[in-house]
Design a protein around this ligand. Structure first.
Ligand SMILES: *Cc1c(COP(=O)(O)O)cnc(C)c1O
Length: 477
């Protein structure tokens, strides 16, 4: 493609993106395509000769767009958000334009040095301890794997890197934890059987007494406690494991404490919502995702460690061809994680944080929490609905109830309710199971979500629940 064509298309695409952002509410939030539909419309083999950009773009609109679920839609209440922002999109365009690969300082000093500064900004914005040092990873899953590998190496004096596993190391996490912990345990070679699931309390948070008991039992059997993976903001119900009780247990037994705050971490930017971080100074590592709730395009995961030398020793490799004269004066982030090649992700953070300011991001966080609380209040006050977990920050777990129905019938009822809500195209919710109760998850953290969208979600939920009730009434008559 010549430069003039690039310029022309780029302008058109930016216009298209601006229109998309403006009209986002006209799209059905959850894609309505059937499995295989998109695939069937893309040719089986690559074109032999280049095609015009206009033709390619038409296919993007006709084939790809119908198969898109609109994460930036204000009716996105599913899972957790993956919020972008105009600022972040602009920075991503520049990043793509530069096409930089920042594996070492020499390959683009700005990529490395801006990342160092952004990690300090983020650390201070969240009120994390000053002795934490950060690095950007692609995802929280990767950061957690790095934590497990570091924990493994610290406790064996870097011997597993040399010799492989000689002993049985144990990892502890709550039964509510994210699947990435189990995945990391498998990949890092601990073996899934050595992942110990700790019971939770009535708020779905890890029970520290049960943790201590599990550790003692393992010690009695000659097993080696290696790592505790605590969660701030579990996926099911946004439960917070009590770090101030878990931390001292880890310290006493010299166990690595990893904290997964992938979604909820952003809340700490508002000091009055920081309570859940109490005890975070005990952590050896901590991860949260600016790509979820901090307006930064996927992917961008902020990973903090107390002892970067352990991280570097775990991953360091130094083939001759990567040695440079600057090595003793600079950071080479290739040694701070799994991959060698690194995207220049710090740029979008810089754009987002500068454009919004800390106060701007704080305001967004406070609004989302307020709106979720509003929704929870409606549920609490309505006789046909109940909360199925304590409302935490931005997540409301609830279900529709009807007198006389058993657990199985309530599950069927709420599953139907969820399907019909999502078929409306106006809102998208997902589900979980809490204490055996099939529950709807209303996650209020999309950047475009306003009061009216949350009110609309509540209205649709009530209307559809009533419709289902009426239909059930008809069939029994
Ligand atoms: C979203 C989430 C993850 C996974 O994040 P990725 O960046 O997609 O790997 C892990 N843990 C928690 C608690 C999460 O909310």
């Amino acid at each position: 493609m010549d430069n003039d064509t690039f310029r022309k298309n780029a302008h058109q695409f930016v216009d298209w993106m601006a229109d998309y952002m403006e009209n986002i509410e006209s799209y059905p939030v959850k894609s309505k395509v059937q499995p295989g539909e998109v695939k069937s419309r893309v040719p089986d083999s690559a074109p032999q000769w280049g095609e015009e950009m206009d033709t390619i773009f038409k296919d993007f609109e006709n084939i790809i767009m119908p198969g898109i679920s609109h994460w930036q839609h204000p009716g996105w209440f599913a899972y957790f958000p993956a919020n972008s922002s105009p600022e972040s999109v602009l920075a991503e365009m520049l990043t793509a334009g530069l096409g930089v690969q920042g594996m070492i300082w020499d390959t683009s000093p700005s990529a490395t040095e801006l990342e160092e500064v952004m990690m300090r900004w983020l650390r201070d914005m969240l009120g994390l301890p000053g002795d934490f040092t950060g690095v950007i990873q692609d995802t929280a899953s990767t950061a957690t794997l790095c934590a497990l590998l570091s924990a493994r190496e610290r406790i064996t004096h870097f011997n597993i890197n040399e010799k492989g596993f000689q002993q049985t190391l144990r990892v502890y996490t709550s039964s509510q934890t994210h699947s990435s912990i189990e995945k990391g345990v498998k990949i890092a070679g601990f073996g899934r059987e050595n992942l110990v699931l700790i019971d939770t309390d009535d708020r779905f948070a890890m029970n520290p007494k049960a943790l201590e008991q599990a550790i003692r039992k393992d010690l009695d059997q000659g097993l080696i406690p290696c790592c505790v993976a605590a969660t701030l903001g579990t996926t099911s119900s946004l439960a917070m494991d009590p770090l101030d009780a878990i931390g001292p247990i880890c310290q006493k037994h010299k166990i690595w404490l990893h904290v997964d705050a992938a979604f909820a971490g952003t809340a700490a930017i508002a000091p009055e919502h920081r309570e859940f971080m109490k005890g975070v100074h005990h952590a050896d590592s901590f991860v949260f995702n600016p790509h979820k709730w901090m307006l930064t395009n996927f992917d961008c995961s902020a990973y903090f460690v107390k002892q970067p030398d352990i991280l570097r020793r775990t991953f360091s490799i130094l083939p001759e061809y990567l040695k440079t004269r600057a090595d003793d004066q600079v950071n080479n982030y290739r040694d701070w994680g799994i991959q060698l090649g690194r995207r220049f992700r710090a740029l979008k953070l810089w754009f987002v944080i500068r454009s919004r300011g800390v106060e701007g991001i704080r305001h967004m966080v406070r609004e989302h929490i307020r709106l979720a609380q509003w929704f929870a209040d409606q549920v609490k006050d309505h006789k046909d609905f109940e909360l199925t977990a304590p409302t935490s920050l931005t997540l409301v777990c609830f279900r529709h109830v009807r007198p006389g129905l058993g657990e199985d019938e309530l599950t069927t009822l709420n599953r139907t309710l969820l399907e019909r809500i999502n078929a409306s195209g106006e809102v998208y919710l997902t589900h979980t199971v809490l204490n055996g109760k099939y529950s709807l998850r209303m996650s209020v953290a999309q950047r475009n979500t306003l009061q009216r969208h949350v009110e609309n979600a509540w209205q649709i939920t009530r209307e559809i629940a009533r419709e289902i009730e009426d239909q059930a009434g008809d069939t029994t008559l």
